[in-house]
Structure formats: C-alpha cells, structure tokens
Design a protein around this ligand. Structure first.
Ligand code: SAH
Length: 345
C-alpha cells in the first residue's frame, strides 16, 4: 500500500481501483503512513493551526424525513425547539468572549427561519463582529435565499451532499427528496460566492466502496472549500436503529485520503468522530483535520438537537469546555488559532 499512498501524495489522485484498495486496507501501517503524509500536507499549508467554529444549533424542527436522522419530521420522540434572534445573538456573544471567530448557525429545515428573519440575524452579527466569519448550515433553500443571506453578510455555507450515488440517495431519503436538487444547491452556493462545504457520512446503511468513490469524484468536481465527513451513528427512533454505525478506522482512512487529494481544504474532526471514540478527534487531527466545531448552543438545545444516539454534548459553551479542548488539541501537537480561519488561497 506504501506505493499507493506515495502516489496519492505526489499526484493528488488515484484510479478508482487504487482508491478502492486503499479504502479497504485495514492494516495499521497503512493508517500510520496515511496519517503521517496527511499531517505533512496540512502542516505545509496550515502549520499546526486548528480553527474553532462555534456551533449554534438553531432549530430541531425539520420538514424533511431523512431516514438516518434523529430530528427527521416523523421522529415522534424528538423534542422540538427553536432559538430566537436574541438567544442566537447571546450564544455568539458567549462564543466571542471565549475567543471563537466563526459562528455556525445550523438547523433542521424550519420554515420559521425565513430569509428576512435570517438576514436580520446575519446583518446584526456582521455588524457586531466584523472580525468573525458567519457560516450557515440550513439545508436546501432557493438560489434567491442564498443570495440574500450572502448579501446580509454570511461568508460560508455547509451542505453535505450526503451521497453522490442516486441509488443510495433514494435508499436513505424519502422519495420527495432529490439528489439533483441538493447538488444544484451546492453549485448555487458556490456561484453566489459562499465558501462552500460538502461531505458525506461514512458507513451509512447500504453504502458500498463504489458509493464512496462516487463521493470522492463528486467532491473533486465541486472543489469545495470545506469537507465534512463523519461516521454514521444510528439513532434509536429512526428506521436505521438496528443498523451498524461507521467505523473509526474507515473514517480516518478517508480523512487521510481527502487531505492528500485536497491539500488546502478545511477539514473538521467532527462531533460524530468524537462521539464514536474518545480519541476520535485527536486521531482526526493527526490524520489531516484542521477544524473543530465546539458546541455553543444553550445546554437544553444541545440535548434536543439529537441527530444520533449519545451525541457528544460537552465542550465549547463554557470557558472550562474551551480550555479542555485547548488541552486536547495541544496534547495532539497542535494549537488553537484565534482567527476566522479561511481556506488558504
Ligand atoms: N438541515 C441541515 C443540517 C443537517 S444536520 C442540512 O440539511 O444540511 C448536519 C449533518 O449531520 C447532516 O448533513 C448529516 O450528514 C449528519 N447526520 C445526520 N444524521 C446523522 C447520523 N445519524 N449519524 C451521523 N451523522 C448524521
């Protein structure tokens, strides 16, 4: 496998078959070499910096019914809440004082958050925190809506494509949801001038190695600024309750591969990765990741924004949470950068 990793490192690409071999290789030496090379590449562009993003989970209402997700509309046990403008601004205020310089507003697709309502919050944040980046993760909206929110002052948008395989997409989403629309949204976001993030879940039910290759090829085409991948984790009140979750080792291999293919991309060690293993985020950082997204939602919201079982909810909202995170990052050999953390040119 050594030659394949060196080839990927040198050329930034591999054939489908080569990728499949690398993805399937569970040997410890493979993981170690991938991590080593991925870390070299991230250090070349980002040094030892880790960027923090304060995650504000603004709503657990969702009109969609994605089969894997704990806040899908037909999940009866999901506790629904939404934060209002003042609560969101308060979260940002706490986050700013803790040193965070990017705020991410994420939520289910909730019609309460109209363009006007969102734009009001975005322009207020833009005015209060000119030195911060504003990121949105609110699902599929119209091109017009994206444009308005960009003009109000938002900088970035996260919208995972979830899977680039039509067949798999229709197995994990209800018929009324369309992969073409999601992909169209991603291109609209890029065209609007958003720093755009996409990504997928690792080990979602029915996913094959071929599906993962399709995801990688789609990302190569889209060329996003950010790539979010994390293990699928079952939620007890969804149709996938009895399915297996994605593994730490496959997620790490993919993170390493993505870092080598997208040397400058912003790559988070996700909450899901930290949820399946106490060393998940640390290993993620050591395998090319350069972003962590501490949760600064109010405690009650963090519990109710329950995408999957046992979601890690400790963390960013307190000074103590941030200093623990700082220790974790430093122990891994990196350092928190107190800046917006844009993608290097
Ligand atoms: N409504 C927004 C935000 C979705 S939540 C949107 O559509 O983009 C953010 C991400 O959580 C999703 O994109 C999905 O990839 C991930 N997610 C949802 N359910 C999950 C689960 N059971 N396990 C792991 N990740 C999950």
């Amino acid at each position: 496998m050594t030659e394949l990793i060196e080839k990927l490192c040198k050329t930034g690409d591999l054939s489908d078959n080569e990728l499949k071999m690398l993805i399937a290789d569970t040997a410890v030496q493979t993981a170690e070499l991938l991590a080593k090379r991925a870390d070299e590449v991230r250090r070349k562009y980002y040094g030892n910096k880790v960027f923090l993003r304060g995650l504000i989970e603004i709503s657990s209402y969702c009109k969609n019914d994605c089969l894997y997700c704990g806040i899908r509309r037909s999940c009866k046990s999901a506790e629904r809440y939404r934060l209002d403008r003042q609560q969101i601004l308060d979260c940002a205020d706490i986050g700013y004082k803790l040193g965070l310089r990017t705020f991410v507003m994420q939520g289910g697709e909730d019609a309460f958050f109209t363009d006007d309502y969102m734009c009001g919050i975005i322009s207020e944040l833009r005015q209060r925190y000119p030195d911060c980046a504003i990121t949105l993760s609110l699902g599929e909206r119209s091109a017009e809506s994206y444009r308005k929110m960009k003009e109000a002052g938002a900088d970035r948008y996260l919208l995972r494509h979830e899977t680039a395989s039509q067949e798999l997409y229709s197995k994990i989403h209800p018929a009324e949801m369309r992969l073409d629309n999601r992909i169209k949204c991603l291109y609209n976001l890029k065209e609007t001038g958003f720093q755009t993030g996409s990504g997928f879940m690792v080990g979602v039910p029915f996913q094959t190695a071929d599906d993962i290759i399709k995801d990688i090829r789609f990302l190569q085409e889209l060329q996003p600024h950010m790539i979010g991948i994390g293990p699928f984790i079952p939620h007890k009140d969804t149709p996938f309750r009895n399915e297996k979750g994605g593994t730490l080792s496959l997620t790490l291999r993919l993170l390493g591969i993505l870092r080598l293919m997208f040397p400058k991309v912003l790559l988070p060690a996700t909450t899901a990765l930290g949820t399946i293993s106490p060393v998940g985020r640390e290993l993620g950082l050591k395998t090319g990741c350069n972003v962590i997204m501490p949760n600064i939602s109010p405690e009650d919201a963090r519990k109710k924004y329950n995408l999957y079982d046992n979601k890690l909810i400790s963390g960013g909202e307190t000074a103590e949470g941030i200093s623990l995170l700082k220790a974790e990052i430093e122990a891994a050999g990196y350092e928190i950068a107190d800046e917006r953390g844009d993608c290097v040119k």
